[in-house]
Structures are given as C-alpha cells and as structure tokens.
Design a protein around this ligand. Sequence first.
Ligand code: MG
Length: 327
Amino acid sequence: MKIFFSPYQLKLAQSPNARSENAMRLGALLKVESGSGTGYADLCPFPELGDAYLRPELKALKEGRPSVLGRQSLWLADRDARARAEGRNLVRREPALRNNFLIEDPKSFGPQHLENVREMGFHTAKVKMGRDLAHEIEWLNASVLSGLRLRLDFNSSLTAAQFAAFQKAVSPAVDASIDYVEDPCAYAPESWAEFRRRWPLALDREMDALAASAEKPQADVLIIKPARQDVDLLGERAREWNLKVTVTSMMDHPVGGLHAFACAQELRERGGNPVGDAGCLTLRLDPANDFSKAVRVEGPFILPTAGRGIGFDELLERQNWLPLDKA
Ligand code: MG
C-alpha cells in the first residue's frame, strides 16, 4: 500500500461546537494506492476532542499504527478505490436521503426563520446548544410552529442537574417538535432514563464510554460518524439495541462530508434499523475552499459530485500529493 497526503486548512465560519472555539481546521487529504486501486479520503483531527494533531496522526499512519481516525480514513479510501474501479459514484440520487439543517448558533438564527428552512425542503434542524441556556429556552419556546423536527445537541456540556432544569423550563408545546436531544450530559443510565421519558435521546460522543457494554443503553438514537467510528460495528450495535441511526460528518473537509453521506445512504439502503436524516451538510462551511464550491446541494439533498467514487476527480488530481513515507 502506498499513501500520499495533501495538507489543507479550512476556515470555519463558526466554532464547531460550544466546547471548541478553534475556527481553523488543519487536516490532510489522503490518496491511497492499494490492491483495490486508487482511493481518496480525508484525515481531519479535532485535537480539542482528544485527537492528536495532524503531524502525529500522519506519523502513526506512516508507521502502520493508525489511530481510529487513520484507520477509518483507510477504510473510506478503500471504499472510494473500489467505487472508482467499478466506475460508480459513491453518492447516489436514490435512495433520496435528506440532511438536517445546521444551526450553529441559535443567537444568530431567530426561530422565525425555521419556517423558511422548512420551505427549503428540510424536515429536521440540528441546533448546537449549551452556549446560553436562558436564551436557548426562550428560542425553543418561540419555535413551536415551524413544523421542523429539532435535534438539540449539547455535546455533553451540561450536568444532569442543568439539563433537568432546562427540560423543565421548556414549554410542553415544544415536545412534538423535538426529534431528539443529543448528548445532553455525561451518560448515566438513571438520569438518561428519566430525561427520555419526555424527549428521545441520542448517543453521540457518549457512545464511546459504552462501546464495550452489552446492555441496551437508555437512548433512542445512535449517531454514527464514519470518520472516526467503525460503521459496520455500530450499525450492528444499533440493530442489537434497536436504536434509530443518524450518520453525520465531522465539520471536516468536503471529501469527508461526502464519504459520510455515502455511508448514510448505504446504511439506509441496507435496511435494518431506521436511518433518519443525515447530518452531512457541514461541508460548505468554508466558502473559499474549491471542494466546498464543487459540492452540489439541492435543499436538504447532497447530489453526486462529478466523477467516480466520492467525485471531485479533477480537484483531487490537482492536489500536490506528498509521499507519506517521506513525511
Ligand atoms: Mg454531537
């Protein structure tokens, strides 16, 4: 196997979540030549989430001891290579799978705009929560008539007591609009069991602590992130535990975003547990990025990008590829 890399910087319009204020993302595209052919993937570490920085990630990959990120990049590159060899695009028009609309900061997005989002064809909106609870409660209580289903992501930024108080302060009129609440606080079966009596709960990062557990968790939805998780294994877990599935990208490079979306389509097509709207429309965050510009989006739908595999053929060829063994 031969690996090449091409480092990039992405400017993010907003900080990725309430916990991380880092607005510049440093990653690398990978080109992997193997028995499957040539395939491409993204490697985009989030040091603020505990990942190593790009250099050590690349070094680990070079030394054949990839982190979970590197391992997933190789897996995705292999999917890309096989699709390219077969002349097919990994992203398809069918099954039509929506993405959620992403509201990075409810402070700069009034609830009165939710109706427009619905008119654009979205069924769900994901709202990044936890920056200003008092405002977020007000925001939610004003949002009830849009017809959109809301996914509230706290990134475990609250304590169980804080979330309990939040839940109490939100009007019951909002309940019908809640698709689920993601990682409200650190996972604990007792508190989560209590919270999900009112609203469905989704396990995202809190899943990491549970991976080895054999018991069905107190949750309704499992978030799967192909950039950093074994998709087949978690798909199997979701089936065992009878959880719905949401596949999301990581606010990484558009190559990573499209890979994640292709995995979402495949999981839905495979049947098994219900796969809800994906969360892969994070890929237009940097308007200066050529890949972001090449992505084709129609309302909530991501369309295939010209080329094979995850597409972007010309842009990928034009990258300045450096051999990893000389890094
Ligand atoms: Mg999350």
